[in-house]
Design a protein around this ligand. Sequence first.
Ligand code: SF4
Ligand code: SF4
Length: 381
Amino acid sequence: MPGQAPTAGEAIIDREGLQALLDALSARGFSVIGPRVRDEAIVYEAVREVADLPEGWTDRQDGGHYRLERRKDRALFGYAVGPHSWKRFLFPPQQRLWRAQRTGAGFAILEEAPPLDRWAFLGVRACELRALAIQDRVFLGGSHPDRSYAERRRGLFIVALQCGEPSGTCFCVSMEAGPKAASGFDLALTELLSPGSHRFLVEVGSPAGEEILGAIPHRPAGAADRREADALLASTASRMGRSLDTRGIRELLQDHPEHPRWQEVAARCLACANCTMVCPTCFCSTVEDHTTLTGEGAERTRLWDSCFTLDFSYLHGGSVRKEIRSRYRQWMTHKLSTWFDQFGSSGCVGCGRCITWCPVGIDLTEEARAIRASLPEPTHA
Ligand code: SF4
Ligand code: SF4
């Protein structure tokens, strides 16, 4: 809230302090993953120096549109989110699960070794923290936790970023998933840029974060720093590119499986699955088995899959969801409606990636709005 005093433990670091943070994480054995410019997009890759970060870049996003542009300042985190999400590290797009080796009359199963890397994620937005929490629920909740995900998640250090730059497709405010990161991080940075000053307000979220902050040069934050950070967050919240009316959305979608809008969107949808690949919460996968030509070995690989492919719903005798209409309906209804029944929350955090990276610019906020607008109020108000 504007005018609020800094919380005890809030500190200020400058650009050199940010490099010291990277060095301190590295010295503790973390591989730091953060934003970098590659192939004309901001992606998540290994980061060793502040110079690796996308200094002075921003992204312009809209339905089916993503372009990097130069900023007028030297912001290091002055963009929204790109095509990558953090799920690619915790739930890799392609991952060998096990190998089998023939041994005389039988065979031995060779378990995959857990990854050696301990990761520190740098620049995690509030919506992405919410997505991590959703994937935690999917992979770690219930009676059969995913061992690989658990091993990768364990020991993760998270440096969140309080969001100062929403994109044209963001709607985290509607999903109550941002722009402020309130928990789920070890440290949280707010990038504060003003003439002659480039600094970061640091919030501590865990004992591990406190230990790291203690190891790098910093100074206490003042009330003016906190005011500036609050103003930045308020500005971000007011500049969302999209919005979604979530009132009664669970029933709105579940109650209208035959709405003509599903056919209208199917006429535009290419069933390319881009939306599910970029989504930070989508978790569907398939497995492939391969054997060597000699028959001495075999292995099983897990790959990301999508409810948009015909094969995904293949049961004996054929696919359940033959039409694109039913595949789009399945995806959007799961995200915004039946996810509540399954996991107790929405499956969407409002990051906007599925809108930006859809080659034909299909926008789930627009689809939900169209269905709602066609129905008499107050059925789903
Ligand atoms: S459904 Fe779209 S906006 Fe929602 S979390 Fe997934 S990619 Fe982001
Ligand atoms: S909604 Fe867009 S991104 Fe998703 S499958 Fe259809 S065409 Fe591809």
